[in-house]
Ligand binder design. Structure first.
Ligand code: SAM
Length: 211
């Protein structure tokens, strides 16, 4: 059933690259949800994970990964680990260490267990406020934020390499956003492009929504 989901995302043009397709096939979403939700993991909709959060719908994850245009060896930071699924896909695409930050301790544990069970070794999950970025491993080629922010957090712009790219949902309402592709040019200027409307749980933190 998962293979059928991947095929339909490909035929709809949402999965465009072989690399993203292979990553989706290697790490099916059912490996990253609780047992009682596994039978729904092939459906193209968000699913509940512990602590009232969600793992995004497969089409949304595909769109963000294609926009990120990840290449082997890139240094990537993910904000909002959740289940660990997106981090596993990122790690397959870059083939090197990936750093991901989650603010809810229960989900740090959940993601670590899922990643271990799926055999993912190069994802490092940290507890913290991802709106502050993760200075120890900065600067990053790519930063992918999987929760909705009121504005682009400044620390994330600072921790982006020149030529780097940040994918982030931004919106004035905490449950409805526009997905932005933010690029830092080689001479350090910031360029923003809007992809379209999306719905994410809120990014809560010092440079996000108040908890
Ligand atoms: N990428 C996840 C996955 O593959 O399962 C889905 C992420 S879920 C839509 C958003 C996550 O962002 C939630 O787990 C939430 O707790 C987390 N989050 C919200 N604000 C955060 C912050 N300031 N720092 C880190 N994580 C945050």
């Amino acid at each position: 059933m998962w293979e059928r989901t991947v095929e339909s995302l490909s035929s709809e043009g949402l999965i465009r690259s072989d690399a993203v397709r292979r990553a989706f096939l290697k790490y099916p979403r059912y490996l990253f949800v609780e047992k009682r939700h596994q039978k729904y993991a092939h459906l193209d909709e968000p699913l509940p994970i512990p602590a009232g959060q969600t793992v995004s719908a497969p089409h949304m994850v595909a769109i963000m990964l294609e926009l990120a245009d990840l290449k082997p060896g890139m240094n990537v930071l993910e904000i909002g680990t959740g289940s660990g699924w997106n981090a596993a896909l990122i790690s397959e695409l870059v083939g090197t260490d990936v750093y991901t930050i989650e603010r809810i301790p229960e989900l740090v544990e959940f993601a670590r267990q899922n990643l271990e069970r799926a055999g993912v070794k190069n994802v490092h999950v940290f507890l913290g406020d991802g709106t502050l970025g993760f200075p120890p491993k900065a600067p990053y080629d790519r930063i992918i934020v999987t929760a909705g922010a009121p504005e682009v957090p400044k620390p994330l712009l600072e921790q982006l390499k020149p030529g780097g790219r940040l994918i982030i949902p931004v919106g004035s309402h905490h449950l409805w956003q526009e997905l932005y592709v933010v690029e830092k040019t080689d001479d350090g200027r910031i360029r923003k492009r809007r992809w379209g409307s999306v719905v994410f749980v809120p990014l809560i933190g010092a440079h996000g929504w108040r908890g």
